[in-house]
Design a protein around this ligand. Structure first.
Ligand code: PLP
Length: 417
C-alpha cells in the first residue's frame, strides 16, 4: 500500500532532527540549555483553570456546538470589539483546536488543488503556514523581510507580490520567529496597498498580540474599515495565556465572503463538523474566564517576557559577528549567524548552514537553538532562540554561545592571516 501523495508531500521538519538530539542528550543526564520552546514556561493562570474545573464538576462533558458555545463565542466577540476594534458578532467566530487548526481550516475553505492559487507570505514566517497552504492546494509566494528592517516587508514589496492569482495574504505581528512587530503606522501603510487590491483575503495571525514590549502598540488589520470585510483574524489562548496544551484557537471572519454574511465561518464550521466536531467541552468556560478575568495574570507574564527580551538582546549583542534586531514582541530572538558559514567549529565541525550551526552548538556547548531553514529562504542564515525560559538560563546559555563563537572567530582570523 502506498501512502497518499498528499501525506508524502509534507517534508519532515529540519528542527525535528535537533529536537530529537536534545531529547537524547537530556536522557543521558546532560545539562542542556534549551532555547527551542515555542511555549511560555508559565502554568495557566488559576482563574482559568478553576473555570474549567467548575465546568467539569458541573457535568459539562458532552458534545458542544461545532463552532463553540454561544457564551464562549460571545466572550471572544466582545474582546475583539473592545480590545481590537473589530466589528463582529458571536456568529462570526469559530473556535478550533488551536490556532494551527484554525489556519488549516481557513486554507481548506479557500484553496483548491489545481486552481493556481497563491498565498503571499512575508518571511521569515512561522513553520505552520506552508504545510496548511500546500496541503490545501495553494502555492506559497515568499516576500522576504530583511534583518535591517526588523524583518518587516515594505508596502512596495507587498504591492509587487500581489497578482491576480493571489487568494490570500498572511500577516503575523508580533512575529514568530522574528520577535518583532509592525507599528500601527506600518500596518496602515500595508492596509493601503491591500485596499488597492480588492480580491485577496487577508489572514491576520494575532496570536502574540498581548506580548509586546517597549511601548509598541498592536493594531488589528480587521479594525481598518477599508479592508475589514476581507480580514480573517486568527488568535488563540496558547501563547498569551500560557495554554498551549489546552488546544484553543479561534477565527473571526465577519466579512461577506462567499455571498452571505459569515460565509467563511459557516464553511469552516462545516469542515470542522467532519473533522473533530468541537473542542473539549469543559474548556469553553475557561475561554470565558480568559477573555474576562485574566488581564492581571497576562500583564505579569508580559512583564517577565519584557525583562527577558532585554536580557537576551544584551547578551546576543555581545556575540561576535552576529546581527540581531531587538525583540519587541512574542518571545523570540532571531539572530543572523551566517558570518560563521564556511568556518569550522571549535569541535572540528564544518558549518555550512543553520542546521550545521545548531547541531555543532548543541554537541559542543549543550545549548539548543532552532535552525532557521524551516522559516523561509531568507531565514537560512538565522537561528531562533525562544526566551520562554528563566533569566538565569538565558544568561548562562548565551554566555556559552559567546565563548564558543569567540573561539571560532579568533581561530578563523588566525587561519586567514
Ligand atoms: N501562529 C503562530 C505565529 C504560532 O507561532 C503558533 C504556534 O507556535 C500558532 C499560530 C499556533 O498555535 P496553537 O495551535 O498552539 O494555537
Amino acid at each position: 500500500m502506498d501512502l497518499s501523495n498528499r501525506v508524502q508531500s509534507i517534508p519532515s521538519s529540519v528542527t525535528l532532527q535537533v529536537t530529537a538530539r536534545i531529547r537524547e542528550l537530556k536522557a543521558e543526564g546532560k545539562d542542556v540549555i534549551g532555547f527551542g520552546a515555542g511555549e511560555p514556561n508559565f502554568t495557566t493562570p488559576d482563574v482559568i483553570c478553576q473555570a474549567a474545573i467548575a465546568s467539569l464538576e458541573a457535568g459539562v462533558t458532552g458534545y458542544q456546538a461545532v463552532p463553540g458555545t454561544i457564551p464562549a463565542r460571545e466572550a471572544i466577540a466582545e474582546k475583539l470589539r473592545v480590545e481590537n476594534n473589530i466589528e463582529c458578532q458571536a456568529s462570526d467566530i469559530v473556535i478550533s483546536a488551536g490556532g494551527k487548526h484554525a489556519i488549516y481550516l481557513v486554507c481548506q475553505a479557500l484553496l483548491d488543488p489545481g486552481r493556481g492559487q497563491e498565498v503571499v507570505l512575508p518571511t521569515p514566517a512561522w513553520v505552520g503556514y506552508r504545510p496548511s497552504i500546500e496541503l490545501s492546494g495553494g502555492t506559497v509566494v515568499e516576500v522576504p523581510g530583511s534583518t535591517d528592517r526588523d524583518f518587516k516587508i515594505t508596502p512596495q514589496q507587498l504591492d509587487e507580490a500581489i497578482t491576480d492569482k493571489t487568494t490570500m495574504v498572511i500577516f503575523n505581528t508580533p512575529s514568530n520567529p522574528c520577535g518583532t512587530a509592525y507599528t500601527p503606522e506600518e500596518i496602515r501603510a500595508l492596509a493601503e496597498v491591500l485596499a488597492a487590491h480588492p480580491e485577496p483575503m487577508i489572514l491576520s495571525d494575532e496570536i502574540y498580540e498581548k506580548l509586546l514590549y517597549g511601548g509598541f502598540e498592536h493594531l488589528s488589520f480587521g479594525s481598518i474599515p477599508e479592508i475589514a470585510d476581507r480580514v480573517i483574524t486568527i488568535n488563540g489562548l496558547s501563547k498569551s495565556f500560557a495554554m498551549t496544551g489546552w488546544r484553543i484557537g479561534y477565527t473571526c471572519a465577519p466579512g461577506p465572503v462567499g455571498g452571505a454574511r459569515g460565509g467563511l465561518a459557516k464553511a469552516m464550521t462545516r469542515l470542522q463538523s467532519q473533522m473533530n466536531t468541537c473542542i473539549t467541552s469543559f474548556t469553553y468556560a475557561a475561554i470565558e474566564a480568559a477573555m474576562r478575568d485574566a488581564d492581571a495574570d497576562v500583564a505579569t507574564m508580559c512583564e517577565a517576557f519584557a525583562e527577558r527580551a532585554q536580557v537576551i538582546y544584551d547578551q546576543i549583542s555581545r556575540w561576535p559577528e552576529v546581527r540581531c534586531p531587538k525583540p519587541t514582541g512574542a518571545f523570540y530572538a532571531f539572530p543572523d549567524i551566517s558570518a560563521y558559514f564556511g568556518r569550522v567549529s571549535p569541535g572540528g565541525k564544518k558549518i555550512e548552514s543553520a542546521v550545521d550551526f545548531a547541531s555543532a552548538l548543541l554537541e559542543e556547548t549543550l545549548v539548543a537553538v532552532v535552525p532557521g531553514e524551516d522559516f523561509g529562504e531568507i531565514a537560512r542564515g538565522h537561528v531562533r532562540l525562544s526566551f520562554a525560559t528563566t533569566v538565569e538560563q538565558i544568561i548562562e546559555g548565551c554566555q556559552r554561545v559567546e565563548k564558543w563563537l569567540t573561539k571560532i572567530s579568533s581561530h578563523s582570523a588566525v587561519g586567514s592571516a
